[in-house]
Design a protein around this ligand. Structure first.
Ligand SMILES: NC(=O)C1=CN([C@@H]2O[C@H](COP(=O)(O)OP(=O)(O)OC[C@H]3O[C@@H](n4cnc5c(N)ncnc54)[C@H](O)[C@@H]3O)[C@@H](O)[C@H]2O)C=CC1
Ligand SMILES: CC(=O)C(C)=O
Length: 259
C-alpha cells in the first residue's frame, strides 16, 4: 500500500513544525505549508537533509484558492492526501472595546475561514479517493476553545468557532470515511506566545516573560508545553488508533482546563 501523506499548514515554525516532524517520524510523506517563505524554505531544507519525503507550498490559509492550490500541490507531489492538519493560526491581544472590524476580520479570516477552506479543500480530495482508507482532518483549537480569557476575546471566539466547525464537519464527512477532530493546546513557548507576552506586558506594565509565567504557573504537570507534547496527540489523531473517534476537541495542556 502507498505511504500515507500528511499536509500541515503553518508548519514553517512552532507547533506545526513539531507536528510535521512527528508525522515524518511516523512514516508520512510530508507537505509543509506556510505564509512565511523564509521559515518554510528552512524547514523544508531540514527535512530534506534528514532524508524525509517532503514538499513545500507557500500559501495563505485565509485565501480559499490557496488552500485548494495546496491540495493540488500535495496530490501532484504524492498522489493523495490521508491527513490534513489545519494548524495555522494567529493571536490578537486587546480588550474587546478596542477591537476594530479589521482586527476581527484578520483573526477570523485566518483562524476560522482558514480552517473552513482547509476542510473544504481536503474533503474534496479525500472524497475522490473513495474511502479506501479512513482519512483525517485535524484542526488546531486551543484551551481558548473551551475557556474565554481577558485580552484574548476575539482569539477565543475564533477558537470556539473552530470547535464548532470540527463537530459539523465530522457529521457531514463521516459518510465518506473522513474523521474530523481538533487538538487544544495550552501554553507553548512558540513565537505566538512571545508576541502575546509582549502585548500583555505593554497593556499591564509587566516585565517581559511575566504573562507567560502567570499563564503557565497553574499547569498541573509543572511546566509549559513543547511542540512534541502537542505532536504526540496529533500523532494519535492521525493514526488508525483513532479511527473510531470523530467530532472531538481534545485538550492537551498539562492540566489547565478540565472538560
Ligand atoms: N502557542 C500556544 O501556546 C498555542 C497555540 N495554539 C494554536 O496552535 C497553532 C499553532 O500555534 P503556534 O505554533 O504557537 O504559532 P506560531 O505563530 O508560532 O506559528 C504559526 C505558523 O503559522 C504561520 N501562519 C500564520 N498565518 C498564516 C496564514 N495566513 N497562512 C499560512 N500560515 C500562516 C506562521 O508563519 C507560523 O509559521 C495556532 O492555530 C494556535 O492558535 C493553541 C493553543 C496554544
Ligand atoms: C495562545 C492560546 O491558545 C492561549 C493563550 O490559550
Amino acid at each position: 500500500m502507498t505511504e500515507k501523506v500528511a499536509v500541515i499548514t503553518g508548519s514553517g515554525d512552532g507547533l506545526g513544525k513539531g507536528i510535521a516532524q512527528r508525522l515524518a517520524q511516523d512514516g508520512f510523506r510530508i507537505v509543509l505549508s506556510d505564509i512565511n517563505a523564509a521559515t518554510l524554505e528552512k524547514t523544508e531544507a531540514e527535512f530534506k537533509s534528514a532524508g524525509q519525503a517532503v514538499t513545500a507550498f507557500r500559501g495563505d490559509v485565509s485565501r480559499r484558492e490557496d488552500q485548494f492550490a495546496l491540495v493540488q500541490h500535495a496530490v501532484q507531489a504524492f498522489g493523495r492526501i490521508d491527513v490534513f492538519v489545519n494548524n495555522a493560526g494567529i493571536e490578537d491581544v486587546m480588550p474587546l472595546d478596542k477591537v476594530t472590524a479589521a482586527d476581527f476580520d484578520r483573526v477570523f479570516g485566518i483562524n476560522v475561514k482558514g480552517v473552513l477552506f482547509g476542510i473544504q479543500a481536503a474533503a474534496e480530495q479525500m472524497k475522490k479517493q473513495g474511502g479506501d482508507r479512513i482519512c483525517k482532518i485535524i484542526n488546531a483549537a486551543s484551551i481558548a476553545a473551551h475557556e474565554s480569557y481577558d485580552l484574548l476575546g476575539v482569539y477565543c471566539a475564533s477558537k470556539h468557532a473552530v470547535r464548532s466547525l470540527t463537530v459539523t464537519a465530522a457529521k457531514e464527512l463521516a459518510p465518506y470515511k473522513i474523521t474530523v477532530n481538533a487538538y487544544c493546546p495550552g501554553v507553548a513557548g512558540t513565537r505566538m506566545w512571545d508576541r502575546i507576552d509582549e502585548e500583555m506586558a505593554k497593556i499591564h506594565g509587566w516585565q517581559p516573560g511575566e504573562a507567560f509565567k502567570r499563564f503557565s504557573s497553574g499547569i498541573l504537570m509543572g511546566r509549559p508545553q513543547v511542540p512534541a507534547d502537542v505532536a504526540s496527540l496529533v500523532h494519535y489523531l492521525a493514526s488508525p488508533d483513532s479511527d473510531y473517534m470523530t467530532g472531538q476537541a481534545v485538550l492537551i495542556d498539562g492540566g489547565m482546563v478540565f472538560r
